[in-house]
Design a binder for this molecule. Structure first.
Ligand code: ATP
Length: 431
C-alpha cells in the first residue's frame, strides 16, 4: 500500500509519486491520453503523452478499461481547473487487474439496473459523494451528543416484544420461540436514561411496513437520544440545535460535492438555524384544509400533507401535540387537554417531510397499564418497562432521527434508496 492519496496530493506538488486506484474514465487522441484516476479519497486527471512515455506504455494507457485497477506514477502539477487542484504527468503505469466489460458506463442507466449493480454503482461519483456525506452526518450527530454529555448505549436487535405492536415487525425464530427484529431502541434507552441521565443509541432498525414510498426502507439507521427529566419543549430545543450543528458540519466539509457532484443548491441549508417554527397539530390541520387537502381532525399526515406543510416554511418545522389516539402507547398525554399527546415530529423543508419523531414519555404506571391494554398489547413483555415507572419514575423525553431521510434532504435526493449503502426495500434484498 502506498501512502499517497489523491485527497492529500497537494503535499507532493512538483514531486513524483505513485497512486493506487481505478480508472474512472479515459479520453484521448493518438498522442495524448487523459486518465481519470480515482482512489476513494478523490479523483485526479493523469496525462499520458506519447512523447514522454514511449510507444509501449502509451499503448497500454490507450487500451485501459474503465475500472481497471492501477498503479500510476508521475509528477504532480498544480492545475487550477481540476477539482483537486492538481494533475499528474504520467511516467509509469502498472496494470494491477483488468476490468473487462464493466457494466456501468458513463451513459444513463435505469434505476433498477443500477440497484441490481449496487455493489458497483457505489463507485460512481454521485454515490461516492452520498456515502461520504452519510459518514459525516453520522459522525457529526455522534459528535453533537458526545460533546453534550450523552452516553452511547447500544440497544439490542433481537427483541421479545414490539415497541408499537407486531404488525410492522419482522418475526424471527429464536430457539423455538418468537422474537422480532427491533423497530426502535427507545424502550431500552428509557431504562438506560434512568441509569445514565442522557443517553443515545445508534443502529439499524427494521420495519416490515408494506410501504413502497420514496421515504420508506425496511432496514434503516436511527439515532435515538433519551433524556431524563426532559420535557417536550426540551426535546424540540435539542433537535434544532442538533440539526443546526450537523448541517453546518456537512456544509463545511462537503459544499463542493453537494454543489458540483450532486447539484444541490445549498442556499436552503444555510437557513437551518434555530429556532424552528413550532406548529400545533390543530394549526397544521387548518393549514392543510386551506390548501385543499382532504383530511379530518384526528388523522395522521400522509407524505403529501407533510410536503405541503414544509413548503410554507424556509427551515425545518416542528409539528407538536398529535392526537393521543394516533400515537404510540408510551406517549405522555398533554395535561392541558388529554386528547393530545406530548409528541413532536420534525419535518424537513423543501417538501422532504418527517425526519424525526419523538416526544415526552408517559411516566405514570396506571396510565401506561391502561394504554397497553387499550392497544391490545400483551402486558407480560412490558413488565420490565413498567418497572421503570415502579422504581423512581421520572419525566423523560427523547426522539429518533432517521439517517437516510435526513441525508436525502441534505443532499437533495428524491428517493432514500440512494442514501444507504445497500438498500432493503419491499421488493429488493439483492445484492
Ligand atoms: P412514517 O409515519 O413516515 O412511516 P414513523 O412515524 O413510523 O414514520 P418514527 O417511528 O417516528 O417514524 O421513526 C423515527 C424516524 O425514523 C422517522 O422520522 C424517520 O426519519 C425514520 N423512519 C421511520 N420509518 C422509516 C422507514 N421505513 N424508512 C426509513 N426511515 C424511517
Amino acid at each position: 500500500m502506498k501512502d499517497t492519496s489523491i485527497a492529500g496530493i497537494g503535499e507532493f506538488s512538483g514531486k513524483t509519486v505513485t497512486l493506487e486506484g481505478w480508472l474512472y474514465n479515459r479520453r484521448g487522441s493518438k498522442k495524448l491520453q487523459f486518465l481519470q484516476i480515482r482512489d476513494g479519497s478523490g479523483t485526479i486527471q493523469a496525462v499520458v503523452a506519447l512523447a514522454d512515455v514511449g510507444e509501449e506504455l502509451f499503448e497500454l494507457a490507450s487500451g485501459l478499461n474503465q475500472e481497471a485497477s492501477l498503479r500510476v506514477t508521475g509528477e504532480v502539477k498544480p492545475d487550477d481547473r481540476a477539482p483537486s487542484g492538481f494533475e499528474m504527468l504520467v511516467s509509469g503505469i502498472e496494470l494491477v487487474a483488468d476490468s473487462v466489460d464493466y457494466p456501468i458506463s458513463p451513459k444513463d442507466h435505469g434505476v433498477d439496473f443500477l440497484l441490481e449493480n449496487r455493489h458497483l454503482w457505489l463507485r460512481s461519483s454521485k454515490q461516492h459523494a452520498l456515502m461520504r456525506i452519510r459518514g459525516t452526518l453520522i459522525s457529526a450527530l455522534r459528535e453533537f451528543f458526545d460533546k453534550e454529555g450523552y452516553l452511547l448505549v447500544d440497544a439490542p436487535i433481537f427483541t421479545p416484544s414490539s415497541v408499537e405492536g407486531t404488525t410492522t415487525l419482522f418475526e424471527v425464530e429464536y430457539f423455538g420461540d418468537k422474537a422480532y427484529l427491533t423497530q426502535s431502541g427507545q424502550l431500552y434507552m428509557e431504562a438506560a436514561a434512568a441509569a445514565h441521565g442522557k443517553v443515545y443509541c445508534f443502529g439499524p432498525t427494521f420495519r416490515a411496513e408494506k410501504s413502497k414510498t420514496r421515504r420508506h426502507l425496511t432496514e434503516f439507521w436511527m439515532l435515538e437520544p433519551e433524556i431524563a427529566f426532559a420535557n417536550l419543549d426540551d426535546v424540540m430545543e435539542i433537535q434544532e440545535q442538533m440539526l443546526e450543528f450537523v448541517t453546518a458540519k456537512v456544509l463545511a466539509k462537503h459544499r463542493d460535492e453537494l454543489e458540483r457532484v450532486l447539484e444541490r443548491d445549498c442556499t436552503p441549508l444555510e437557513k437551518v438555524k434555530a429556532p424552528f417554527p413550532r406548529v400545533h397539530y390543530d394549526e397544521a390541520i387548518a393549514m392543510l384544509k386551506e390548501k385543499g387537502q382532504d383530511l379530518e381532525w384526528g388523522g395522521d399526515f400522509g407524505g403529501e400533507d407533510e410536503t405541503i406543510l414544509t413548503k410554507a416554511f424556509d427551515r425545518p418545522i416542528f409539528v407538536h401535540r398529535f392526537p393521543a389516539a394516533i400515537k404510540a402507547f408510551y406517549m405522555a398525554p398533554d395535561p392541558e387537554d388529554l386528547k393530545y399527546s406530548l409528541s413532536v415530529d420534525c419535518l424537513a423543508p423543501e417538501g422532504y417531510g418527517e425526519i424525526i419523531g419523538g416526544g415526552q414519555r408517559a411516566d405514570n404506571l396506571e396510565y401506561l397499564q391502561e394504554r397497553i391494554a387499550e392497544h391490545n398489547l400483551p402486558s407480560g413483555p412490558y413488565e420490565w418497562y413498567l418497572d421503570l415507572r415502579r422504581y423512581g419514575s421520572f419525566p423523560h423525553a427523547g426522539f429518533g432521527i432517521g439517517i437516510e431521510r435526513t441525508l436525502a434532504w441534505l443532499t437533495g435526493r428524491q428517493h432514500i434508496r440512494e442514501c444507504i449503502p445497500f438498500p432493503r426495500l419491499m421488493h429488493r434484498i439483492q445484492p
